[in-house]
Each structure stands twice: as C-alpha cells, then as structure tokens.
Design a protein around this ligand. Structure first.
Ligand code: C5P
Length: 227
C-alpha cells in the first residue's frame, strides 16, 4: 500500500496581485507548483502525485512536471472553483493502490520532503488525520462582536496549521462526501466527522505564498538553500 500526494494548485492567487494563476507564478526561475511537486516526489513515502491544475492549464502543468516527477506516478486533473472542489477532483483521480493521502497546497512550495514523510508516518502509525503545526509567536487579540471590546487569547495552546496534511484515504473520502460548505483545510472536514486530528511539528520553510511579501521571503529561503 502506498501514499499519494494531492496538490490543489487551481487558485487564482488574487492576493498576490494581477497575473497568472498563483501556482504558475515564478520563484527562483520556476513555477511554484514545480517546486512543490519536486519536493513531494522526493519524499521517500510518496509513490504518486495528483495535481489539480488551474482550469484550462492541465496540459501546461503536465508538460512542466513530466521532467520533474521521475520516481513517482504523476496525474494532472483540472481543479474546481474552490480549494475543496480541487482536492475532491484530485482525490477522485488518485491511484487505487494508495491508502494514505497527503494534501499539500502548491502555495507552500518550499515544504521539505521530510515534512511529507513525517506526516505520512504518523498516519501509518494509526492517526486518521495529521497536520503539521507551528507555535504562535505573536500575542493574539480577538475582536469583540459588533465592535465591542477586544480580548487577548492565550497563545500557549494555539497553533498555526500548515500542509501537507495526511489522512487515511477512507477518512478523507468520507469527510469530503459528507460536507457541503467550503472550509480552508481538509483536517477541518475530518474534525466534523468527530475524529481526532493529530499534530506533528511543522517547518518554517512550509510558509504559504499568499501576498507579495511572502514571495520575497520564499525567494530568500530558496537562495539560502542553494548557497
Ligand atoms: O487561496 P489559498 O492560498 O488559500 O489556496 C490554497 C491552495 O489551494 C493553493 O495552492 C491554491 O492553488 C489551491 N486552490 C485550488 N483551487 C481553488 C482555490 C485554491 O486548488 N479553487
């Protein structure tokens, strides 16, 4: 039995400014999706990668990735109108021999292969849902309802959630089948089934490229890796 990595890469990336879909924007001379998939394919645990490409760009993405994914099976499908729809489309195309599923945002282009392996290992160890997390370094303040007084939230028990997130395939399939509203991650769907979500340490390099400033940071991370 094997692990498949699903890569939602169909977002428009409007917060990054006008231009190509986010996963096709360049970082260090290559599209974000190429970085993300190369690292997943380099993970020992990953036997197959399914990418949900921007609408109309499946062939382009296939051509970009064919030289990059040599040791894993590669499937490219078109994504949907929401992240959740894109993950569902990728899951439907995942090879049948894979019983563990990782879901990884193309926007977290520099997540190291070891992070994917750590998440997959925790699923294999018996956790139905696993997310990598980082501690919160800032003090957090919650706004009151309708402009009422704001209050500090104890940050000690708060964590920032990253991807790749890992799931037993049957659990992720059930979570997607049973939830209509669009959540921002897949562990949130699994939680609604009443199942526990296990956490493992995340990695600073797995930052999500959302705004132009994030590209500056990611560029620096990549340059430091290459030096
Ligand atoms: O917009 P956000 O940064 O939260 O998107 C997270 C990931 O989900 C990105 O990799 C993006 O390409 C993907 N996505 C998708 N299909 C959508 C919207 C987002 O695959 N319709």
């Amino acid at each position: 039995q094997d692990t498949v990595a699903l890569v939602p890469a169909a977002g428009r990336g409007e917060r990054l400014g006008p231009g190509a879909p986010k996963s096709l924007r360049h970082l260090g001379g290559e599209p974000l999706v190429v970085h993300a998939v190369r690292r997943l394919a380099a993970a020992n645990s990953v036997a197959a990668v399914v990418v949900a490409a921007p609408p109309g760009a499946a062939e382009t993405v296939r051509e970009l990735l064919a030289p990059v994914v040599l040791t894993a099976e590669l499937v490219v499908v078109e994504g949907g109108g929401t992240r959740q729809a894109s993950v569902a489309a990728a899951l439907a195309a995942a090879p049948a021999h894979c019983d563990v599923v990782l879901v990884h945002d193309a926007a977290r282009a520099l997540a190291p292969p070891e992070l994917a392996d750590a998440v997959a290992a925790a699923v294999r160890a018996g956790h139905p849902a696993v997310v990598p997390v980082l501690p919160v370094v800032d003090t957090v303040r919650q706004l009151g309802e309708d402009g009422g007084a704001s209050s500090t939230i104890d940050r000690e028990r708060l964590r920032l959630v990253q991807t790749p997130q890992g799931f037993a395939r049957s659990v992720l399939a059930e979570a997607h089948a049973s939830c209509e509203d669009s959540l921002t991650d897949d562990a949130g769907l699994v939680e609604r089934l009443g199942l526990p979500v296990h956490t493992v340490p995340g990695h600073a390099s797995a930052l999500k490229v959302t705004r132009p400033f994030d590209l500056v940071i990611a560029d620096a991370v990549l340059a430091a890796e290459r030096s």
